[in-house]
Design a protein around this ligand. Structure first.
Ligand code: MLT
Length: 242
Protein backbone atom coordinates (compact mmCIF):
# COMPACT_ATOMS: atom_id res chain seq x y z
CA UNK A 1 0.00 0.00 0.00
CA UNK A 2 1.19 3.48 -0.93
CA UNK A 3 0.03 6.49 1.13
CA UNK A 4 0.43 10.07 -0.05
CA UNK A 5 -0.65 13.26 1.75
CA UNK A 6 -1.86 16.59 0.34
CA UNK A 7 -0.89 19.04 3.09
CA UNK A 8 -3.34 21.62 1.67
CA UNK A 9 -6.08 21.18 -0.99
CA UNK A 10 -4.09 23.32 -3.48
CA UNK A 11 -1.71 20.35 -3.89
CA UNK A 12 -4.50 18.11 -5.20
CA UNK A 13 -4.18 18.83 -8.95
CA UNK A 14 -0.53 17.74 -8.70
CA UNK A 15 -1.25 14.45 -6.88
CA UNK A 16 -1.64 11.22 -8.88
CA UNK A 17 -5.13 9.68 -9.04
CA UNK A 18 -5.73 7.10 -6.31
CA UNK A 19 -8.23 4.44 -5.34
CA UNK A 20 -9.10 6.04 -1.96
CA UNK A 21 -9.10 9.73 -0.98
CA UNK A 22 -9.59 10.59 2.70
CA UNK A 23 -10.57 14.18 3.51
CA UNK A 24 -9.48 15.36 6.95
CA UNK A 25 -10.94 18.47 8.58
CA UNK A 26 -10.71 17.72 12.29
CA UNK A 27 -11.93 21.23 13.30
CA UNK A 28 -14.72 20.76 12.46
CA UNK A 29 -16.30 19.58 9.17
CA UNK A 30 -15.14 15.93 9.32
CA UNK A 31 -16.07 15.67 12.99
CA UNK A 32 -19.51 17.14 12.29
CA UNK A 33 -20.26 14.86 9.33
CA UNK A 34 -19.02 11.80 11.25
CA UNK A 35 -21.21 12.72 14.23
CA UNK A 36 -24.32 13.33 12.11
CA UNK A 37 -23.98 9.91 10.42
CA UNK A 38 -23.12 8.17 13.67
CA UNK A 39 -26.27 9.66 15.21
CA UNK A 40 -28.45 8.25 12.44
CA UNK A 41 -28.66 10.87 9.65
CA UNK A 42 -29.60 8.95 6.48
CA UNK A 43 -27.06 10.91 4.42
CA UNK A 44 -24.95 14.07 4.51
CA UNK A 45 -24.66 15.95 1.21
CA UNK A 46 -21.79 18.44 1.04
CA UNK A 47 -21.59 21.67 -0.95
CA UNK A 48 -18.83 24.15 -1.70
CA UNK A 49 -21.23 27.11 -1.81
CA UNK A 50 -24.08 28.32 0.42
CA UNK A 51 -26.48 28.83 -2.48
CA UNK A 52 -25.93 25.28 -3.77
CA UNK A 53 -26.86 23.95 -0.32
CA UNK A 54 -29.98 26.14 -0.22
CA UNK A 55 -31.03 24.84 -3.67
CA UNK A 56 -30.63 21.20 -2.55
CA UNK A 57 -32.56 21.92 0.65
CA UNK A 58 -35.46 23.38 -1.34
CA UNK A 59 -35.67 20.39 -3.73
CA UNK A 60 -37.35 18.02 -1.25
CA UNK A 61 -39.38 18.17 1.97
CA UNK A 62 -37.67 17.54 5.29
CA UNK A 63 -34.05 18.20 4.30
CA UNK A 64 -32.03 20.04 6.96
CA UNK A 65 -29.14 22.42 6.27
CA UNK A 66 -26.04 23.14 8.33
CA UNK A 67 -22.57 24.63 8.09
CA UNK A 68 -20.61 27.79 8.66
CA UNK A 69 -18.89 30.80 7.23
CA UNK A 70 -16.15 32.30 9.39
CA UNK A 71 -16.93 29.41 11.83
CA UNK A 72 -20.36 30.98 12.55
CA UNK A 73 -23.81 29.61 11.60
CA UNK A 74 -25.33 30.61 8.24
CA UNK A 75 -28.54 32.63 8.28
CA UNK A 76 -31.64 30.49 7.79
CA UNK A 77 -29.83 27.15 8.30
CA UNK A 78 -30.98 24.69 11.01
CA UNK A 79 -27.49 23.87 12.28
CA UNK A 80 -24.12 25.56 12.54
CA UNK A 81 -20.91 23.54 12.20
CA UNK A 82 -20.81 22.39 15.80
CA UNK A 83 -20.83 18.57 15.92
CA UNK A 84 -22.63 18.75 19.26
CA UNK A 85 -25.72 20.18 17.56
CA UNK A 86 -26.18 17.04 15.45
CA UNK A 87 -27.87 14.96 18.16
CA UNK A 88 -29.80 11.69 17.66
CA UNK A 89 -33.05 13.55 18.39
CA UNK A 90 -32.42 16.07 15.63
CA UNK A 91 -30.80 13.99 12.88
CA UNK A 92 -32.06 10.40 13.01
CA UNK A 93 -33.47 9.44 9.60
CA UNK A 94 -32.93 12.95 8.18
CA UNK A 95 -31.09 14.08 5.06
CA UNK A 96 -28.58 16.80 5.97
CA UNK A 97 -26.83 19.25 3.63
CA UNK A 98 -23.63 20.92 4.85
CA UNK A 99 -21.42 23.67 3.45
CA UNK A 100 -18.21 24.83 5.18
CA UNK A 101 -15.31 27.10 4.32
CA UNK A 102 -12.65 24.44 3.96
CA UNK A 103 -13.84 20.87 4.54
CA UNK A 104 -16.67 20.61 2.02
CA UNK A 105 -14.59 22.42 -0.62
CA UNK A 106 -11.79 19.90 -0.10
CA UNK A 107 -14.37 17.14 -0.74
CA UNK A 108 -15.25 18.64 -4.15
CA UNK A 109 -11.58 18.64 -5.19
CA UNK A 110 -10.90 15.14 -3.84
CA UNK A 111 -13.81 13.69 -5.84
CA UNK A 112 -11.83 14.50 -9.01
CA UNK A 113 -8.79 12.63 -7.78
CA UNK A 114 -10.06 9.47 -6.07
CA UNK A 115 -12.48 6.67 -6.95
CA UNK A 116 -13.63 6.28 -3.33
CA UNK A 117 -13.85 9.30 -1.01
CA UNK A 118 -14.11 9.10 2.80
CA UNK A 119 -14.05 11.68 5.61
CA UNK A 120 -11.78 11.18 8.61
CA UNK A 121 -11.53 12.85 12.00
CA UNK A 122 -10.12 11.73 15.31
CA UNK A 123 -13.63 10.55 16.22
CA UNK A 124 -13.60 7.76 13.61
CA UNK A 125 -9.91 7.16 13.02
CA UNK A 126 -9.79 3.38 13.63
CA UNK A 127 -12.88 2.80 11.45
CA UNK A 128 -11.10 4.71 8.64
CA UNK A 129 -7.90 2.71 9.12
CA UNK A 130 -9.85 -0.58 9.02
CA UNK A 131 -11.69 0.52 5.86
CA UNK A 132 -8.44 1.50 4.11
CA UNK A 133 -6.47 -1.64 4.96
CA UNK A 134 -6.91 -3.39 1.59
CA UNK A 135 -6.56 -0.29 -0.59
CA UNK A 136 -3.81 -0.13 -3.22
CA UNK A 137 -3.13 3.58 -2.85
CA UNK A 138 -4.52 6.23 -0.52
CA UNK A 139 -4.36 10.01 -0.57
CA UNK A 140 -4.94 11.76 2.76
CA UNK A 141 -6.20 15.29 2.05
CA UNK A 142 -5.69 17.84 4.82
CA UNK A 143 -8.43 20.48 4.39
CA UNK A 144 -6.41 23.20 6.17
CA UNK A 145 -7.80 26.62 7.01
CA UNK A 146 -8.51 29.15 4.30
CA UNK A 147 -5.92 27.61 2.01
CA UNK A 148 -3.25 27.34 4.68
CA UNK A 149 -1.73 24.35 6.48
CA UNK A 150 -3.47 23.22 9.70
CA UNK A 151 -1.59 21.28 12.35
CA UNK A 152 -4.69 19.38 13.55
CA UNK A 153 -5.28 17.86 10.11
CA UNK A 154 -1.62 16.87 9.69
CA UNK A 155 -1.66 15.38 13.23
CA UNK A 156 -4.73 13.26 12.30
CA UNK A 157 -3.09 12.19 9.01
CA UNK A 158 0.01 11.16 10.97
CA UNK A 159 -2.12 9.14 13.40
CA UNK A 160 -3.75 7.31 10.46
CA UNK A 161 -0.31 6.46 9.04
CA UNK A 162 0.86 5.28 12.45
CA UNK A 163 -2.11 2.92 12.73
CA UNK A 164 -1.77 1.63 9.14
CA UNK A 165 1.69 0.30 10.04
CA UNK A 166 3.99 -0.97 7.27
CA UNK A 167 3.34 1.16 4.14
CA UNK A 168 5.13 2.93 1.28
CA UNK A 169 5.20 6.67 1.92
CA UNK A 170 5.90 9.93 0.11
CA UNK A 171 7.84 12.92 1.49
CA UNK A 172 4.66 14.64 2.75
CA UNK A 173 3.52 11.39 4.39
CA UNK A 174 6.87 11.23 6.21
CA UNK A 175 6.39 14.83 7.32
CA UNK A 176 3.01 14.12 8.96
CA UNK A 177 4.43 10.98 10.57
CA UNK A 178 7.04 13.24 12.16
CA UNK A 179 4.39 15.73 13.30
CA UNK A 180 2.34 12.96 14.90
CA UNK A 181 5.49 11.52 16.50
CA UNK A 182 6.23 14.90 18.14
CA UNK A 183 2.77 15.01 19.74
CA UNK A 184 2.19 11.29 20.36
CA UNK A 185 2.52 11.52 24.15
CA UNK A 186 0.14 14.48 24.48
CA UNK A 187 -3.63 14.44 25.03
CA UNK A 188 -5.26 14.94 21.58
CA UNK A 189 -7.58 17.59 23.06
CA UNK A 190 -4.54 19.61 24.21
CA UNK A 191 -2.99 19.33 20.74
CA UNK A 192 -6.19 20.66 19.13
CA UNK A 193 -6.53 23.53 21.60
CA UNK A 194 -3.04 24.77 20.82
CA UNK A 195 -3.54 24.99 17.05
CA UNK A 196 -4.36 28.26 15.29
CA UNK A 197 -7.90 27.24 14.32
CA UNK A 198 -8.43 25.60 17.74
CA UNK A 199 -7.48 28.92 19.37
CA UNK A 200 -9.91 30.80 17.15
CA UNK A 201 -12.73 28.40 18.03
CA UNK A 202 -11.91 28.86 21.74
CA UNK A 203 -12.13 32.64 21.31
CA UNK A 204 -15.49 32.29 19.58
CA UNK A 205 -16.87 30.24 22.50
CA UNK A 206 -16.60 26.77 20.91
CA UNK A 207 -14.36 25.17 23.58
CA UNK A 208 -16.76 22.22 23.97
CA UNK A 209 -16.47 21.51 20.23
CA UNK A 210 -12.67 21.44 20.36
CA UNK A 211 -12.78 19.13 23.37
CA UNK A 212 -15.30 16.85 21.63
CA UNK A 213 -13.32 16.73 18.34
CA UNK A 214 -10.34 15.37 20.32
CA UNK A 215 -12.20 12.21 21.44
CA UNK A 216 -10.36 9.49 19.56
CA UNK A 217 -12.56 6.62 18.26
CA UNK A 218 -15.80 7.89 19.82
CA UNK A 219 -17.85 7.29 16.61
CA UNK A 220 -16.80 4.11 14.76
CA UNK A 221 -18.44 5.04 11.46
CA UNK A 222 -16.99 5.67 7.98
CA UNK A 223 -18.55 8.52 5.93
CA UNK A 224 -18.35 7.11 2.36
CA UNK A 225 -19.24 9.28 -0.66
CA UNK A 226 -22.09 7.68 -2.60
CA UNK A 227 -21.80 8.92 -6.21
CA UNK A 228 -25.48 8.09 -6.90
CA UNK A 229 -26.81 10.07 -3.93
CA UNK A 230 -24.06 12.71 -4.22
CA UNK A 231 -23.71 12.52 -0.43
CA UNK A 232 -21.86 10.76 2.37
CA UNK A 233 -23.52 7.68 3.81
CA UNK A 234 -22.42 5.63 6.81
CA UNK A 235 -20.59 2.33 6.37
CA UNK A 236 -18.38 0.41 8.79
CA UNK A 237 -14.64 -0.15 8.79
CA UNK A 238 -15.28 -3.83 7.93
CA UNK A 239 -16.95 -2.83 4.61
CA UNK A 240 -13.63 -1.53 3.35
CA UNK A 241 -11.49 -1.96 0.23
CA UNK A 242 -10.45 -5.62 -0.08
C1 MLT B 1 -14.32 24.33 7.69
O1 MLT B 1 -14.65 23.37 6.98
O2 MLT B 1 -13.96 25.38 7.19
C2 MLT B 1 -14.26 24.19 9.18
O3 MLT B 1 -14.94 23.08 9.58
C3 MLT B 1 -14.46 25.50 9.91
C4 MLT B 1 -15.12 25.42 11.26
O4 MLT B 1 -14.45 25.20 12.27
O5 MLT B 1 -16.33 25.58 11.36
Amino acid sequence: MQVDVALVPAELPYCPEVSVGVVIDVLRASSTITTALSNGASLVATFAEVEEARGWGAEAEGRLLGGERGALPIEGFCFGNSPLEYTKERVTGRQIGITTTNGTRAVELTLRQARTVLMASLLNIQAIVDYCRGAKDILLVCAGTEGRFSLEDAYCAGMILDRLGEIKTTDSARLVQGIYGQHREREPQQVLMQTVHGGRLLQLGFAKDVEYCGKVDLCPVVPLWDRGERAFVAVSGQDGEK
